[in-house]
Design a protein around this ligand. Sequence first.
Ligand code: FA5
Length: 355
Amino acid sequence: MTTVMLKEKIENLKKQFLAEIEKIKPSEEALFELEKRYVGRKSEFISILKNLKNLTPEERRQIGELANNTKNEIFEIIKNKKTEIESGSFDAEKEKIDVTIPGKKKSVGHFNPISLVRRDIEDVFTSMGYEIADGPEIENEWYNFDALNIPKDHPARDMQDTFWLRSQTNADGTRKDADNFSMRSQTSAVQARYMEKNKPPLRIIVPGKCFRREATDTTHEHTFYQFEALIVGEDVNVGNLKFTAKEFFSAFFKQDVDVRLRPSYFPFTEPSFEFDISCTVCGGKGCKACKWAGWLELGGAGMVNQNVFVSAGYPRNKYQGFAWGFGLERLAMTRYKIDDVRLFHSGDLRFVKQF
Ligand code: FA5
């Protein structure tokens, strides 16, 4: 073979090697196999080097140098690949991208309709300048009842209506806490708590969990949500209450809603009202959803009783305010046409996934 042919052969072997190492799936075994074939004892490189003796000294120097350099390059490339594998920096499986594999579908969670309703309520009220306030779910007798002008003998305080918590006792049988605690039965409990720390004018809503000892049915749960609205200032009247309610319900139901107040009784408001809105299904004409009444009963409301202001530390007759309390479940039931309140806390994913 002439020196030209030998040079070409060495260069072709190198090209062939480079093409092959690009294609193989790098592993210890595959690299060992490649090394054996290209630069091993029985490889063409070695036979070229062995046959140098047949060349002139000048040719031997040229070809010998080229062959040795190429052989060392090949060793170097194989060594580097081996180090990559050992250090784990090259993972063929990980680096391989198969663009034809279909994507993985992410499963997306759902808001419970109560959360949806609560968020909407908060949006409407905050846009009207109300603050969102909070209070404890375990409440003492003062805030849940006394401060709200609910007399000691009121039936709401009975074991049948309220979940009382057993008071902790010391070793000698005396009570550890001075207060009687219960699971709060209404968000109105936050009224005095908030007013004690804040002076009028104030506007708050209090969305939160309430608990009552109920025999549950399609409209009653032992654990449910209410939201309270409270506004206090020096010149607040029933007209403001009715206007605010109409604005809120129209925004919430995204349709024009009428509001009706009927006389009622709550110890913490004077006068007190039951609160109805025009049926959102028939617009007030009468249908199955409103039991042909044209109105839907939603909650209680009234002008804050002056005794409540006094309990909160305000002077009597200086301020006026209105308050209302609604059930979030009842609102959600009306909006989404849900016929059983027990579905909300049932944990049934088939229910939640519809929203
Ligand atoms: C109250 O709880 C008063 N605190 C409301 C109030 C606030 C009046 C401020 C005046 C001023 P009532 O017990 O009616 O009132 O409950 C209000 C609403 O809570 C009901 O209309 C209903 O929507 C909801 N609710 C009451 N009990 C349950 C229950 N067991 N399950 C589901 N929702 C309930």
